[in-house]
Design a protein around this ligand. Sequence first.
Ligand SMILES: O=C(O)CCC(=O)C(=O)O
Ligand SMILES: [Fe+2]
Length: 323
Amino acid sequence: MEAFPVVDMKKLDGDERGEAMDLIKDACENWGFFELVNHGISHELLDKVESLTKGHYKDVREQRFKEMVAAKGLEAVRSRVEDLDWESTFYLRHLPTSNMSEIPDLTQEYRGVMKEFASELEKLAERVLDLFCENLGLEKGYLKKVFYGSVGPNFGTKVSNYPPCPKPDMIKGLRAHTDAGGVILLFQDDKVSGLQLLKDGEWIDVPPMRHSIVINLGDQLEVITNGKYKSVLHRVVAQTDGNRMSVASFYNPGSDAVIYPAPELVEKGSNKEGAALGTYPKFVFDDYMKLYAGLKFEAKEPRFEIMKTRNPSENYGKAAAAY
Ligand SMILES: O=C(O)CCC(=O)C(=O)O
Ligand SMILES: [Fe+2]
């Protein structure tokens, strides 16, 4: 088994740039995931995010989680739970507008640190998208532009804790899914593992690594790259010992962004406009999200098929059939 791809971003500025770019390319094509080190976000900031997130869980959320578990009788379940996840979560939205001031129970310090962290991650996400453009032969800024829509990207952070679980074979920390959006940047616990991705039919651990940022690709990048890159199924396995922290930030298209395969990545059709013919749909991102909300834990392919029927006049699949 090949080693999980770990990209040292320092190499991107030196003689080993080609090697690092190839590693990213291979990861995007064959893993849907990779891990970044020397990504430019200070370790001091990451340490603050970690200690404040863990402190917030202990002070504010742990008791509530225990009460939820007791109310639902999850401690002693005897059959598989398929409609719930063993996680304690809250969401912060950063773009296009912040909801940080509306989230209760966050200290001023925690709010400030998460704001700074989000602004660093936004820059990193845009840098990563440009690395993808370079590998794909798309012009610099192409993906950022597609994601922009009319008011800029949707960017938010899901802060999660996966507490120790007495029955990890009966309930998942988070059930298997692909992410709907664009690029996901994950700051995960450096000791307690649990995140796994599906590769060649096997579940593989995403190894905890201190101060790294895990990157994974969502469904939109699969569509835009016309399937050259794939969003990959992943899940979180709950652990019997240890509380796993995960801070996942989703850099997604704007709600009204129109998503479709990049013409450069689609074989040219024979019609007179040279319209791209492909197997992926064209749609407005928000329509995809509405569909995803009810089908997150289902396979992505039927979601793509449904989107093809939503906007027939604008759809590549239909256009292909018409010529
Ligand atoms: O917590 C994690 O490590 C992964 C979370 C995740 O996959 C998600 O929220 O979509
Ligand atoms: Fe996910």
